[in-house]
Structure formats: structure tokens, C-alpha cells
Write a new protein. Sequence first.
Length: 298
Amino acid sequence: MPEVLNECPVCQQTILQPYLTCTDYTVSREQFTLVKCASCSFVFTNPRPSMEDSGRYYKSEDYISHTNSSKGILNKVYQFVRNRAIKSKLDLVESFSPRPKSILDYGCGTGEFLSYAKSCGWTSAGLELDDDARKLAKDNHQLNVDHPKALSGLPSGQFGVITLWHVLEHVHTLNDTIEQFKRCLSSEGVLIIAVPNHQSHDAEVFGEYWAAYDVPRHIYHFNKASMVTLMERHGMSLVKTQGMFFDPFYISLLSTKYKNGYTNPIKAFFVGLKTNSLGKTNIEKHSSIIYVFKKQNG
Ligand SMILES: [Zn+2]
């Protein structure tokens, strides 16, 4: 059964207006409505699959976040992007010199980022919902990876860094999970959250076909304002934002496929280029944004 939210997950107000109707192009071909909170402008998928029901929307040969398949151009682009991005992610983490040198990657997938962090001397722990991905992370990288339900049992103040790379937009228990992150962070710790930005240039170009709406797997659609509002309500302050360079190319490539039925690499390249160019002077035009938060009074 779909789950209907009667109040905004960010500000708890109840006036929710229709915003956009999107199609699930990767798995079900079903349509989903996005609504916008009249009070704080937060956009979210509503109704959404219940937590129990959401698993079936991840069952697809095309859904590649958790696989290491290198078949097809989209998969090749994805693998390339991921490997290049891993180093720049850890560079960002290390620029804050967080202590202790202990990292939790929430939604760690098959563990490539964590494995790289571990090789650079970080004590590395991961949480991952997908059973197969969790097993691959353990088998391929000898990582300490548990089911996300273990989060509430982790000791307080244990981590210098908690990272979520394109994960928070999937999390049903949004507010409880953020409270747990805050509890598990050390007083000087940083929480790093990367999510798609629905106010981006590529989102404007592709509209309902913008691949990063990714309904119904993405149940929240952030922009900078809504992310900051949400986190400030949990006592976290924004200390840095950074655009993600490769995302607009990959997202645009997928979006051309959804819109036209075939991939158009030339169009995707130019939309990606323009998105990055606009994002240089205005972070709010970036396709995906990395946000770094610290605890207030930390
Ligand atoms: Zn709201």
C-alpha cells in the first residue's frame, strides 16, 4: 500500500500543493506525484511506497547503483564517474581534518568509497540496506558493514565523519535518522550529505524527465534552502557546499533517454557543461550539491 504523508517532513505544516508528475522510467513505469509544502517549499514524492513495499522498485537490471556491471555505455559512464569521484570525496572529507579519524558511510552500497577511505588510514564502518551490496562490501573489501537498523545501537560521539552520498533522498525515517547521525558524531565531527538539486539547470531543461527525480526511489527532492531548513531544525549548521562535477553529464544522459527513448550524448554533454558553468557562480544551479554540516554548539 502506498503511504500518504499529510504533513511536510521538514516543517510539519499541512498545506501541500501538487508540484509535478513524474514517471518511474527504470523499473515500474508507474507515475508518481511530487508535492510542494506551501510553508517551506520542500518538495517530496507523495504518496510514496511504504518502507515495506519500496524494495520492489529497486529490482531492475537498469538500476545500477549497487552493481559492478560494466555492460553498456551508461554503466561505463557510471563506473568511470564513480572511480573519479571517490578520490575527490575523500579529499573533501580530509580538508576538515575531522577527529577521530573514523568514518561512517550510511548507504555505503558495495563499499568502494569506504574501501578507499580505509586504504588511506580511516577506521571505516558502513550501513547498507541491500543484502547483496552488503555482502559484496564485506567479501570484496573486508569492510565492517551492517544493516541500517544497527544505527541506533552505535555508540554516541564515535565518528569524526558521517557521509551520505546520494542516500538521504531515499530515507523514510528522515528526522529520526538525522537525530541518530547527530548523536553518533563527535563534537567536532562533520556530516556530509550529497543529494540532487531540483532547482538545478539540468532539472530546468529536462522538467519531468530529469533523471534525478528518480521516483519513487527518491522520496525527497532537495534544494539548498530546504536542506538548510531541515538541518537547522536538527541543530546542524551549514559550513560548506560544493557542486558535483560529473553528475550533470550522467543525469542529462539518462534524462535524454527518458525524454526521447534513446540517449543523446551530445545534448547531454552540452547541458552538463552549462550546468557546471552556471553552478560555478551560483551553487543553486548545480545538478547535485554536497553539503557539509557541523553541530551547533559543537
Ligand atoms: Zn514544509
